[in-house]
Write a protein that binds this ligand. Structure first.
Ligand code: ADP
Ligand code: MG
Length: 735
């Protein structure tokens, strides 16, 4: 028993006061207690290709390797052998169950556990796990969002093993489960998940980037893929407060809460020393993640009080996306062991910074070359500028898709709110790189032929310094020396779709540059000249997307409009653009999403928007009516009694009367605002999901905001003992 207090007595013995004495350090992994070397335990719970090699015969392993590396179909004979080896490995390590672990369109992960046991003839059981079990499984698809992809045919869906992501063991206090990463599709073959399009986009990127490298003279390259490192921000609050805040448990964010006297203005939290309980929690998280092969690297306090961050070392985008989901799960599970709750919501608290998930993205070849790293030789610099130009082109041409990929009702609270990147998508290049492009653009190519490959006056580009810390925090998409950092991504979201979009739009842009380059060469241009022309022209066409200034400023909004950049201020408007003809054509061309699959994602987004806001609206009404209003009325009554009593005396009470007047006026307005909210809550706004979603945006959100503004004023005027919800003061500062 970890939490010794019972809920009724919660005020007496809080987790914050008692976490040390109650054995919160009772850890599930023995290595953690013994303080074993990290190198020894890293990846210990992952069935990597190397571990498979130890368990498999040479030809079976080779055949599997071909599947993993070049996507060859797995032979059924091989699947049985691999399954047996996997089961042996997992059961030796304590797993009793297995699950196909997949990423449905909810943005979370899903799992349905099956035990390894099968009855035998003696009334006993043996453990079994066949190739069939490994390769395919059939969870009931009808409970997952499908945006209409299922209803036209049948409700079934199946999961299929993704041999490129290794299986792993997830542990809990009483055992362990073998998790097999899978894709999830309908029986008609349409992707019902986030992993399938990600894998498809990786292929599109590979094809166009290899074609580019071949033209630029690298004929040895076998594979190009994107690398990703996603920095996860999160809040931790004491579990006690969570129990007492229905808004946190229903919606993941506070729907009420007056700003405390102290917020983040002292700037004392960022990179501050980490409180003991939090550090114990972080260490526990790290050890679990190490075992799962997740390369977590840095941990620190973030800007807001109670806010923290973990950042991993970058990996292949597919592993990074899997690992990101694992990290969110481990963070949330582990927090409870320490009497804490981990909030992944983008904006759990109004008035202090929200949480994001900076998505660092770059391009890598199979031999480890970072294609977005300016190199030390002219040819590597040409390459760098070529790929970098493709990214600039991609972001400019597909601002809408990037904006959509990060849109959610929860991220709406963050984007454009003067503490997070603006809703306008632009690129921060930094002075050095900006300078290089500008010189390239303004130089007359012919004049400079003799002076260097790119007409820059030098063969070798200056080394572009990596940014230290956050050089420009206000940009949603920043070049940071050897990678791009997409900062507008939300803390609670799956990173799969943003990566899918990045991979696809950059594949598209590289493809278009490739076509231009091919044309120029076939019309007789020298390679160097042709490349320079292509880069220069692309930059001229797309330089409007570059902005190195303050993205939070009002001037930027005006300037962005002048440049014709998109400014989509909320996620519903963003979602509306998802299945435009342009986007349909793009995703179909690269076989990432069919028209129907794209349409389905649009439906899911709208539906989610409606549901999330609907729950928030109902919760606001419920808390206001049943938790806040009764206490407020009771306090009003206390005040009235006091006034009546003083009337009988000669005591001075003119200010009491003024205060009472103000207070009762607010209470009256509060009742009215709740009534107005109730009315819009009771109205669905129409029959279609889209009409309902619009009703949420146009009517429910404003009504909710009105209730909250009055409630927050009342919180500052009402007796503390009467306020039913723990305040920001407690939640953010009790560590
Ligand atoms: P910075 O100094 O720019 O903050 P760090 O090296 O600390 O860079 O990295 C920040 C994040 O970016 C980490 O999660 C890291 O793994 C990731 N990252 C670094 N290089 C790459 C790359 N080539 N591709 C993708 N992500 C990367
Ligand atoms: Mg950060």
């Amino acid at each position: 028993m970890l939490l010794m207090f019972n809920i009724q007595n919660i005020d007496v013995l809080t987790a914050a006061k008692s976490w040390r004495v109650n054995g919160f350090t009772n850890n599930t992994s023995s290595e953690f207690e013994n303080g074993k070397n990290i190198a020894e335990i890293f990846g210990i719970d992952v069935f990597t290709i190397d571990k498979m090699r130890e368990k498999l015969s040479k030809d079976v392993w080779k055949s599997l390797l071909a599947t993993v590396e070049i996507g060859q179909q797995l032979e059924p004979r091989i699947a049985d052998i691999v399954a047996l080896a996997m089961k042996e490995w997992a059961t030796e390590r304590g797993a009793t169950h297995y699950t196909h672990w997949f990423q449905p369109l909810t943005g979370n992960t899903a799992e349905k556990h099956e035990s390894f046991i099968t009855p035998n003839e003696n009334g006993k059981v043996i453990t079994e796990f066949s190739g069939k079990d490994l390769i395919q499984s059939e969870p009931d698809a009808s409970s997952f969002p499908s945006g209409g992809l299922r209803s036209t045919f049948e409700a079934r869906g199946y999961t299929a093993w993704d041999p490129t992501s290794p299986a792993f063991i997830m542990r809990h206090s009483n055992g362990a489960t073998l998790c097999i990463p899978t894709a999830f599709a309908s029986w008609t073959g349409e992707a019902l998940d986030n992993k399938t399009p990600l894998l498809r986009s990786t292929e599109a990127l590979n094809k166009e980037a290899k074609r580019a490298l071949n033209m630029l003279g690298d004929t040895k390259v076998k594979k190009v893929f994107s690398t990703v490192g996603a920095e996860q921000e999160y809040f931790l609050i004491d579990e006690e407060f969570f129990y007492r805040r229905p808004d946190l448990s229903m919606c993941g964010r506070t729907l009420f809460g007056a700003k405390p006297p102290r917020g983040q203005e002292l700037d004392d939290h960022y990179f501050g020393s980490i409180p003991d309980r939090v550090l114990s929690f972080m260490t526990d998280v790290e050890f679990q993640l190490y075992r799962l092969g997740v390369p977590v690297k840095t941990r620190h306090n973030e800007v807001a009080p109670g806010q923290y961050e973990f950042a991993p070392i970058f990996e292949h985008c597919n592993s990074a996306a899997d690992h990101q989901q694992v990290m969110m799960q481990v963070l949330q599970n582990t927090a409870r062991k320490y009497g804490l709750v981990c909030l992944l919501h983008e904006k759990p608290f109004e008035g202090v910074n929200g949480s994001g998930k900076h998505l660092n993205w770059s391009l890598s070849t199979d031999n480890g070359q970072n294609l977005l790293e300016p190199g030390g030789t002219p040819s590597s610099n040409i390459q760098f500028l070529y790929f970098c130009s493709a990214v600039i082109k991609a972001v400019d041409e597909h601002q809408d898709l990037l904006r959509i990929s990060i849109s959610s009702p929860s991220n709406d609270h963050r984007l454009g709110a003067n503490e997070a990147p603006p809703a306008i998508i632009s690129i921060f290049l930094g002075d050095e790189l900006y300078g290089i492009y500008n010189r390239l653009e303004s130089n007359n190519a012919d004049e400079n032929k003799s002076t260097g490959l790119l007409g820059l006056g030098t063969d070798i580009l200056p080394k572009i310094p990596r940014h230290t810390g956050d050089r420009n925090r206000t940009s949603p998409f920043a070049f940071t020396g050897n990678k791009f950092e997409f900062r507008a991504v939300g803390s609670s979201q799956s990173i799969s779709f943003p990566i899918t979009v990045l991979n696809t739009i950059v594949a598209d842009a590289i493809g278009k540059l490739n076509d231009e380059l091919e044309n120029k060469i076939s019309s007789g241009k020298q390679l160097d000249d042709a490349v320079r022309d292509v880069i220069k022209q692309s930059y001229q066409n797309h330089q409007r997307i570059i902005f190195n200034g303050d993205g939070y400023s009002e001037e930027w909004k005006i300037e962005a409009e002048r440049r014709g950049l998109l400014n989509i201020t909320n996620s519903l408007d963003a979602a509306m653009l998802l299945s435009s003809v342009k986007n349909q054509n793009l995703f179909e061309k690269y076989k990432v999403l069919s028209h129907r699959e794209l349409e389905a994602r649009f439906e899911v987004k709208i539906d989610k928007y409606f549901k999330v806001i609907n729950i928030e609206g109902e919760t606001t009404e419920w808390i206001a009516q049943t938790m806040l209003l009764p206490e407020v009325i009771s306090f009003l009554s206390e005040l009235s009694t006091a006034l009546v009593n003083t009337e009988k005396t000669t005591l001075q009470n003119s200010h009491l009367r003024i205060f009472l007047n103000e207070y009762s006026d607010l209470v009256d307005k509060f009742i009215l605002s709740i009534e107005e909210l109730r009315q819009v809550n009771n109205d669905l706004g129409g029959d279609s999901t889209l009409e309902k979603a619009k009703h949420m945006k146009d009517n429910v959100i404003p009504a909710m905001n009105k209730v909250r503004i009055i409630a927050d004023k009342l919180e500052r005027l009402t007796a503390d003992r009467k306020w039913a919800l723990p305040g920001y003061r407690e939640m953010l500062f009790v560590k």
